[in-house]
Design a protein around this ligand. Structure first.
Ligand SMILES: [Zn+2]
Length: 239
């Protein structure tokens, strides 16, 4: 595994506004605390989110973009890229692979954090079809699309985006995690980030308690000292 001082920039690729905050915001805060540059790429516009039918879907898009931007600020992230795919209908298409390869070549991250393309039978919500599709496309964009000059050659010939090799991938929501990050100290900022998603989360107190329990069990599974909280990832060497 790469140590943080071998890392310049980290790119987080998720399907929906709020995914990074549920799965990884505690970890993101530890990265920005150590001075690493973190960018977010959010594939969908989130227009199928929330349960308030009185909010028009175009309004929901604007709300969710603002919420994700505010949430990012809570954990020290200020560079966000919204791809605007329709929520709930993402496929791991060539178009999405090209769009993700473009962002990777533009930002040149050493580490990419993305969602799992695998279904997690223990936790249904983690395996939303958009999460799996974006996870697949993100891994395909890491290898081979962003590093191969002959993949989507227009990125190089027309947009002058040189190939880039991402060295490490962290998968969130994996059924087979290999690495546990202690997020006990950054948990309050993870909660602050989640509170920014007002259109999505009704009872934030209940959510905080639920997450405290889940992250405590995750830490136990990872062998961390009693009472700590952790987020878990499957880490792959990719270059
Ligand atoms: Zn999601």
């Amino acid at each position: 595994m790469l140590s943080d001082d071998e890392i310049g920039r980290i790119l987080v690729i998720t399907a929906h506004p709020d995914d990074v905050d549920f799965g990884a915001a505690g970890t993101v805060a530890t990265w920005t605390d150590s001075g690493l540059e973190v960018s977010y790429c959010i594939v969908t516009d989130g227009d199928a989110g929330g349960s308030d039918r009185s909010v028009s879907r175009p309004d929901m898009v604007v709300i969710r973009q603002a919420e994700q931007t505010a949430a990012a600020k809570q954990v020290g992230v200020h560079d966000l890229h919204f791809l605007g795919y329709p929520d709930g209908r993402v496929e791991s298409s060539l178009a999405l692979r090209r769009d993700l390869a473009r962002v990777i070549r533009l930002l040149r991250p050493d580490r990419v954090l993305c969602q799992s393309p695998e279904r997690n039978y223990q936790r249904m919500g983690i395996s939303h079809p958009d999460h799996r599709a974006v996870g697949t496309a993100a891994l395909d964009a890491v290898y081979p699309d962003s590093r191969n000059p002959f993949a989507f050659p227009e990125l190089l010939s027309e947009e002058k985006l040189e190939p880039w090799t991402v060295r490490e991938v962290w998968i969130s929501g994996s059924p087979a995690p290999t690495h546990y990050v202690d997020v006990t100290d950054t948990f309050p900022r993870k909660i602050a980030a989640l509170r920014a998603h007002q259109s999505q989360i009704g009872d934030t107190e209940a959510l905080e308690e639920r997450l405290r329990g889940m992250l405590t069990s995750t830490a136990e599974r990872g062998g961390l000292p009693a009472g700590r909280m952790a987020e878990a990832f499957q880490v792959l060497q990719s270059g």
